[in-house]
Design a protein around this ligand. Structure first.
Ligand code: GLY
Length: 386
């Protein structure tokens, strides 16, 4: 299902920041929540939380990179704004933290400081902090309220919205997790100013994704403005993040637990997750880079299967090259049989048959079940040998 195209008036409103509501169907027990996007959102965090969730006892979860940058400031803002910060928890930065031991340790530590059912968990960090905090929030006391304050581009346009939580196992990425929606998402684009160049660029692959799955005009906008965004222009960032969150909010509202159209958000991810798992979730490849490579592999496969034109593949590849996203897997001792096996174990695949999101042109992604493994093998061979 396509994300919503934005008319010009809507686009203009995005430029000065935006509140986007994620609203579920009347039959869903999940409360609606806001995503607030702008340039001074961290400073306003206490007020934004109090307006929606009241004055709260909080615990802050961040990681070893974000903690020294922003945690003390957030703690001061929350305290001055009438909230009580019980404790800060700092996990080691990186995908390596996404394991069940970390979840157990964090949950125990929260119980030890006396969290109760009214305690708010504030996740300050990128996708790893968000995924871990979300999983802990869904488990402790059978569910504590969660506010996401994402600090990476990837988390601001994707992982902080929609309630997916998870940890990795040897069987694959995010293979243990829950669906657990936050109560509020606060996105401050100025936090991106301190983001490592590699992480920032990699997160941009998830922005382009929204154009590729449902809106060719947004892909064209990315081709024109992607450079400005990556050069740190806050207005351009607010536009792209607002667009991405609005598109994701609509998809998630219609399919909270990914029984259908939400899987479109995984364009490029099945190839990408196989690469990340094969390379041991290491610095060989960060998630957004895996998505960039995986997206091109999905376009290449589609072109081979006659679902899209080769020039669609070329247009995406040219844009990724222009913004210096990787287009082929980094050197590593890959085993194609294992990569295909990992794709068979992807959460979308069932009964040993591989499910993939494949583009039928730019802006028109479609879920395909039981994709021919020989065609997938040919794309792996092409990509690994180019
Ligand atoms: N990151 C894809 C999703 O939230 O469904």
């Amino acid at each position: 299902m396509a994300p919503p195209p934005l008319d010009i008036a809507e686009q203009a409103r995005f430029v000065s920041g935006k509140v986007i509501s994620v609203e579920f169907s009347a039959s869903s027990p999940t409360p609606a929540y806001d995503i607030v996007i702008g340039q001074s959102i961290l400073t306003e965090a206490a007020t934004l939380i109090r307006q929606r969730l009241g004055a709260r006892r909080c615990v802050i979860v961040s990681d070893s990179i974000v903690d020294p940058l922003y945690r003390a400031r957030l703690e001061a803002i929350l305290t001055a704004g009438g909230h009580t910060v019980l404790k800060n928890f700092v996990i080691p930065a990186g995908e390596g933290s996404k394991n069940l031991s970390q979840i157990g340790a964090l949950a125990d530590s929260m119980l030890a400081v006396g969290v109760d059912r009214k305690t708010l968990i504030v996740a300050l960090g990128g996708g790893v902090v968000g995924d871990i905090s979300g999983l802990v929030a869904s488990l402790v006391m059978r569910g504590l309220d969660l506010v996401q304050i994402p600090t990476t581009l990837l988390a601001q346009v994707d992982s902080s919205v929609g309630g997916k939580t998870g940890v990795d196992t040897p069987y694959g990425k995010n293979t243990i997790g829950t669906f657990y929606q936050p109560r509020l998402v606060l996105i401050d684009v100025t936090l991106l100013d301190s983001l490592a160049e590699r992480e920032f660029r990699a997160g941009y692959a998830e922005v382009v994704k929204y154009g590729l799955i449902g809106d060719p005009s947004f892909f064209r906008w990315c081709v024109t403005h992607g450079g400005q965004l990556l050069n740190g222009d806050h207005e351009t960032q607010i536009h792209a993040i607002s667009y991405s969150c609005a598109a994701k909010a609509k998809i998630v509202a219609n399919d909270e637990r990914e029984t259908g159209s939400r899987a479109l958000l995984n364009l490029g991810h099945t190839f990408g997750h196989a690469l990340e798992t094969a390379t041991g979730f290491s610095s060989v490849l960060v998630h957004g880079e895996a998505v960039s490579i995986g997206t091109l592999m999905a376009f290449s496969l589609s072109a081979k299967l006659g679902l899209c034109f080769r020039h669609d593949y070329n247009d995406v590849r040219n844009h990724f090259l222009a913004v210096r996203l990787p287009v082929t897997p980094p050197p590593f001792a890959y085993d194609i049989d294992r990569l295909i096996d990992l794709m068979r174990h992807d959460k979308k695949s069932t009964g040993g048959k591989i499910t993939l999101v494949l583009p039928h042109g730019i802006g028109n992604a479609v879920i395909h079940r039981d994709v021919d493994p020989q065609a997938i093998r040919a794309v792996w061979e092409e990509s690994l040998n180019s």
